[in-house]
Design a binder for this molecule. Structure first.
Ligand code: PLP
Length: 282
């Protein structure tokens, strides 16, 4: 497959970056992951706005304007025959002599690729997934979609090592998020999520799920959520571009609520599927 690197499309096997790239040396970069359904990007405006915020937060000059990014995403989609894709975009601070301080003259490295998107299968959607928990050991700027992902990588492997799909993290006893997802709690019919701040990444589905809940009249609260509340939840869910929305049916080996996907999940799942279908019709 063809990928995009610094202004050119080249075969993936030939796309090469210097070992002095600050993305490689320091994890000094940011990224975005845009899901594509029926060759149409889903919520692209939201993804590009978050990309802009991430770049500003780490003070890397934005290499493209909105139209430029949209054009690039369109060209990446065209590199693949798959109707459903995941478009990955990454910008690093560029190549420079190794020094922690920003280089004076580095040109950002811009990389993009489109890969086929296998939706979460019926089994995950209908049976739900197992999750485990651990303390959130990451830094304090989780709102930046940074390529410095060691904390997230270790958290994800914590789940894999325990035969679970996701690790739910708690900072000082309060829910933050998953290793690569936002986490949702349902108690007595109320959908609850951690408030938006520097301790979580504001997922594009974090906003989208709030919109879907409002449209369906599901009561919604954004606030601090103690670990005990998560353990006593009627339903737990996770959301991300690649996992969409999935029910968590066990946490640390104990059943969540009735131990199967619940009614609030079913409603949100239906709205999500409707939004995907509507995108294809546009
Ligand atoms: N939180 C973290 C740490 C993530 O890596 C992700 C993305 O995968 C999310 C939340 C969910 O964000 P989105 O819905 O934009 O995929």
């Amino acid at each position: 497959p063809q990928v995009y690197l610094n202004g050119e499309f080249t075969p993936l096997s030939q796309a090469k970056v210097s070992v002095l790239d600050r993305g490689f040396i320091f994890g000094d970069g940011i990224y975005e992951v845009v899901p594509v359904y029926g060759r149409k990007p889903f919520r692209m405006g939201h993804h590009l706005a978050r990309l802009r915020r991430s770049l500003e937060a780490v003070r890397i000059a934005n290499p493209h304007d909105q139209a430029g990014w949209e054009d690039l995403v369109g060209k990446l989609i065209a590199t693949s025959d798959a109707p459903d894709q995941i478009v990955y975009l990454q910008v690093t601070r560029g190549v420079a002599r190794r020094d922690h301080a920003f280089p004076a003259d580095a040109v950002p490295t811009v990389f993009g690729m489109a890969t086929p998107f296998a939706w979460p299968g019926a089994e995950l959607r209908e049976q739900g997934v197992r999750a485990v928990s651990m303390p959130d050991e990451r830094w304090l700027h989780c709102e930046i979609k940074s390529t410095s992902l060691l904390g997230n990588v270790l958290a994800r492997q914590f789940a894999v090592d325990r035969d679970a799909v996701e690790t739910v993290m708690f900072r000082d006893g309060f829910l933050s998020e998953g290793s690569s997802s936002n986490v949702w709690v349902v108690k007595n019919g109320v959908l609850v999520a951690p408030e938006r701040n520097h301790l979580i990444l504001e997922g594009i589905r974090y906003g989208f799920i709030q919109e879907m809940a409002a449209a369906r009249g599901i009561p919604l609260e954004m606030r601090k959520i103690a670990q005990a509340e998560v353990e006593a939840a009627d339903e737990l869910m996770l959301s991300s571009a690649t996992k969409e929305i999935l029910p968590i049916v066990s946490l640390d080996g104990k059943p969540v609520g009735a131990g199967r996907p619940g009614p609030v999940y079913a409603q949100l799942r239906q709205s999500y599927d409707e939004a995907i279908a509507a995108l294809a019709r546009r």
